[in-house]
Design a protein around this ligand. Sequence first.
Ligand SMILES: [Zn+2]
Length: 437
Amino acid sequence: MANRYFNKEIETMSHSEKEVLQSERLVKMVKYVYDRVKPYREKMDAIKLKPSDIKSIKDIYKLPYTLKHDLRENYPFGMMAVPRKDLVRLHASSATTGKLTVAGYTQKDIDVWAECGARSLVMAGASENSVVHIAYGYGLFTGGLGIHYAAEKLGAVAVPVSSGNTARQIQLLKDFEADIICCTPSYAIYLAEQMQLMGIEIGKDIKLTGGLFGAEAWTDGMRKEIEQRLGLKARDIYGLSEIAGPGVACDCEFETGLHFQDDHYFPEIVDKDTLEPIGYDAEGELVITTLTKEGMPLIRYRTRDIASLSNAPCPCGRTSVKLNRVTGRSDDMLIIRGVNVFPSQVESTLLEFEGVEPHYHINVDRINNLDTMEIVVELSPSVKIDEVKTIEIMRKELAAKIASSISVSAKITLVSPGSIERSEHKAKRVTDLRKLK
Ligand SMILES: [Zn+2]
């Protein structure tokens, strides 16, 4: 059997030892950013906080928050803590509005990121004997390169297929006998559909056993769907380009939450309105502090992701704090007729409904001062579209189910299989026409 851990000493460290390590690292980090990053020095000076006021990880709440806005304001290099010659890589992510957010990495940052990614790959069942098929995009987006270095760090074979050309992806999955696949959840479903169309036999032609899926918020229903269709165990991997790409947290086979690599990235949950820390098992905004990052350290970075943290023990033996699956980004949250709606809630409902596929698009508009919501969803190939009466009954049933689960009524439009555009990157699930008016 493959090793259960990539770095047993760290991954199973006692809570008290972990706290000592985190404290040492935070004290050093705060002094480091105060000396080297002007925006941090200014923020700390403004509240008369000195680096020496931070004596342990318990003092973290004293530090000011960092916002995405700070990264944009200081574009491109104003948040870096090292001269440009000490950086070895830049990543950037596009925002819905305005400038890109940039993250710079030193060689040590890349090594730490690869280590965290390798820990995640092991959680997906990978070992040095694995062939890791990487269908995340390679580029400024962190997915492809992030997993690539992680696979190499593990000593596995990295297959840098990147995104696109699905027929070739399937051919290579077969020929190289990959056991591990990494991509977005929506692309995993798409691959499965294409395999079915090509008559590929799962388990015979394709021998995948595990996969890391991330970069989109997804549900447990989607996890089961991927596992069933691709015949593998699907692990949820979390990362964000500002901190590090995939590998910040990942769940193990017990699915008790995503193990946060909290020796390098310290998570907190804060109330999204008051910004007060709210401790374990309560939902709020995820805030992350990098404890070891050299290139672009981030102090109490507000991720806009809604999540909770758990300190309950996990049967796998890992002792890290666990991230409860992100239900949605506060940025993604739709307010429809005064009700908060996450696209992930819609997805959960669709997955429970017989006869439709997890391919959907949400259109939001405002007509005569009233918010409207339309959910366009694909019928399953097994449903016969000419059965008009059945389709109409199904539409009504689904509308009722959506209304009861999200507390907002929506127009349901059922479309034929394959008619919603497939994405090889992050699926775009929502069009909010109200923002364009
Ligand atoms: Zn575990």
